[in-house]
Design a protein around this ligand. Structure first.
Ligand code: BGC
Length: 270
């Protein structure tokens, strides 16, 4: 008897959810990116780990994935350099023959006021967080269109694509741009079977938040502002990406999935 179920989970081992898929994760050797690499590999994808520094961290991750029979390799590429981005896509296709998913995760912030952010800081944030994502999308989509069969573009945005963070204006600007990039480019890519979605984390316990994590007073204040009372662990963001990369998320595009412990809706109780 053949199954007529349209349930994407039907008859599948969940650990093989991404079997046969090839995924790139930018900024993949630390923080949220590292957890995404681990999750996608654990779900059966072959993963290309883009990184800019700390090759030893990438090697460690490759070994960890290899230890249970997963497939991955690292490519040192700076997402703010267009030739590096193309080299990243080319290396992926050379090694694994195709590209199904790109997770644009690499990102930085300056935590500086609009009053004293330098042109250099501004350019760096925008080049990595927005220009890099724009062209990674363009190059990845061209590869997906030429190989056929659609694809997934998943951008790690932030609650701050929509929610101001004073003294981090350049960062908010980059994430606000990412919001419209996804909403607009997704419409152009939909006829090609390519979906494009943002994941918007709130506060996550990763190196980008070290200044808060190392300051008990600030941490208590932040935790108090989060309805769930705590920061997220990187795995709690990575699991959302795993779902979005899978067939189960086939109809989600041009939007943002927030995983923020409720912080965007928090209220002082007035
Ligand atoms: C920022 C963090 C901030 C968090 C919650 C993230 O996008 O990178 O610095 O703590 O949002 O506000």
């Amino acid at each position: 008897m053949t199954s007529t179920s349209t349930n994407p989970y039907s008859g599948k081992l969940l650990s093989n959810l991404l079997q046969g898929k090839v995924a790139i994760v930018t900024g993949g050797n630390s923080g949220i990116g590292k957890a995404i690499v681990q999750t996608l590999a654990e779900l059966g994808a072959k993963v290309v780990i883009d990184y800019r520094s700390h090759p030893e961290a990438t090697e460690e991750l490759e070994q960890e994935i290899g230890s249970y029979g997963g497939a991955s390799f690292g490519v040192q590429a700076d997402v703010s350099k267009l030739e590096d981005l193309q080299r990243l896509i080319d290396a992926t296709v050379a090694q694994y023959g195709r590209l199904d998913v790109i997770v644009n995760n690499a990102g930085i912030e300056t935590r500086t006021s609009v009053l004293d952010t330098t042109p250099e800081q501004y350019d760096k944030v925008l080049d990595i967080n927005l220009r890099g994502v724009f062209f990674a999308t363009q190059y990845a989509a061209k590869q997906m269109i030429s190989q056929g069969g659609g694809g997934r573009i998943i951008n790690i945005s932030s609650v701050h694509e929509d929610w101001p963070m004073p003294n981090n204006t350049a960062y908010c600007l980059s994430k606000g741009g990412m919001r419209m990039l996804t909403r607009t480019a997704a419409l152009e890519l939909a006829p090609h079977g390519i979906t494009m979605v943002n994941v918007g984390p709130g506060a996550v316990a990763t190196p980008i938040n070290d200044s808060t994590l190392n300051n008990p007073e600030l941490l208590a204040k932040l935790n108090a502002a989060i309805p769930m009372g705590r920061m997220a662990q990187p795995e709690e963001i990575a699991s959302v990406v795993g779902f979005l990369a899978s067939d189960a998320a086939s109809y989600i595009t041009a939007t943002t999935i927030f995983a923020d412990g409720g912080i965007m809706q928090s209220s002082p109780g007035l």
